[in-house]
Design a protein around this ligand. Structure first.
Ligand code: NDP
Ligand code: OXD
Length: 326
């Protein structure tokens, strides 16, 4: 957990940075503090856990804040999400709703995500889990799969991450379709837009990748109804947020064979509890929220640039829309 603030209120640049990163360990906090202080030497950064004068703190930089963490600073100008998603900020019921929320996105984040999506789509496409099981039985099982142009893959969410993922899959030769709210053109990708075109997007999609933000509209979108609209034996990859998936619906559709395989990077509870059924399920691949990530090296540079820009101009290009939820 990290957080930062100033002792010298005349600077008018006080920051509080609190981040419960993937492992909320003291060394992670210390590393962020060190990097932010080096990048913006005129600003003062303190850990949330340190003693801060709430009146002087002007920015909160957070990952999964606790309820009330942000509201305790009455003079904030903006909240920075250490990550692309802002659902973890909006989940704070005491969050002052007028505050601008700045996302943290960058080239590393999109690169890591395109690698993850390519890796797992290709694993499902080439039926790697089946081959691994055959090897464990010392069986020579040369299962046939179609070439990529005969396989339809679909990406839900065509934003910063989904757009690049869809482009990558099209580049690999897949019949690629994408779904978003508003029309967007991506070379090689057939777009479907709005709730009214969701069924048409799903029809024939054999590998479904979720890269939607978590909002009231998208929560639970990976459910039995959605799965029933995919061809039998489809695979799903959830690299967005745990609550997009209705867990019991996945388990029942894996049992029925409607869904053949799932790769899950995100969960309702993280870390995934050690007794959770997903860990040992033969048709589920679990990864520990590592599809993509921002480390303190890259992340601190992006955040420093955004803080400076926001302080100067009152806006940045990565401003989220809190009403829309992403
Ligand atoms: P963006 O905000 O850039 O893009 C979101 C996309 O989803 C847009 O295309 C948007 O449509 C679409 N969308 C939103 N709501 C709906 C809806 N109701 N129906 C159809 N389409 C919708 O987000 P990013 O690409 O940057 O990130 C997506 C998510 O990925 C993050 O919110 C986060 O949860 C997750 N993530 C996961 C990581 C991991 O390691 N597992 C790492 C980083 C992020 P439109 O274009 O029309 O607005
Ligand atoms: C993010 C994430 O939202 O890492 O950036 O999940």
């Amino acid at each position: 957990m990290i957080a930062f603030s100033t002792q010298d209120s005349s600077l008018n640049k006080d920051i509080v940075l609190k981040a419960v990163i993937y492992t909320p360990s003291e060394p992670v906090v210390a590393s962020w503090l060190e990097r932010m202080r080096a990048l913006l030497p005129d600003w003062t950064f303190n850990a949330l856990t340190e003693e801060n004068d709430p009146e002087t703190v002007q920015y909160a930089v957070v990952w999964r804040p606790q309820t009330g963490d942000i509201a305790k600073f009455p003079n904030l100008k903006a909240v920075v999400s250490i990550g692309a998603g802002i659902d973890h900020v909006l989940a704070d019921e005491e969050l002052p709703r007028h505050l601008p929320i700045i996302r943290t996105v960058g080239a590393d984040l999109t690169q890591f995500m395109r690698e993850y999506v390519a890796l797992h789509v290709l694993r499902h496409h080439r039926n790697r889990p089946h081959q691994a099981a055959a090897q464990a039985r010392a069986e020579w099982d040369a299962v046939e799969v179609p070439p990529a142009p005969q396989r339809r893959v679909g990406v839900m969410g065509l934003g910063n991450l989904g757009g690049v993922a869809a482009q990558t899959l099209a580049g690999l030769g897949f019949q690629t379709v994408g779904w978003a709210r508003s029309p967007r053109e991506i070379d090689g990708v057939t777009g479907y837009f709005g709730a009214e075109n969701f069924d048409a997007f799903l029809e024939g999609t054999e590998i479904l990748v979720n890269l939607l933000p978590l909002t009231e509209e998208t929560k639970g979108v990976l459910n039995a109804d959605t799965f029933a609209k995919l061809p039998k034996g489809a695979c799903i990859i959830n690299a967005a947020r745990g609550p997009h998936l209705v867990e019991e619906d996945l388990l029942s559709t894996l049992d029925s064979g409607q869904i053949a395989q799932a790769t899950l990077d995100v969960f309702n509870v993280e870390p995934l509890p050690s007794d959770h059924l997903f860990w040992k399920h033969p048709a589920i691949t679990v990864t520990p929220h590592i599809a993509s990530r921002i480390d303190s090296g890259t992340g601190s540079r992006i955040i420093a640039a955004n803080l400076e820009a926001f302080e100067k101009t009152g806006t940045v290009k990565d401003l989220a829309d809190a009403v829309r939820g992403y």
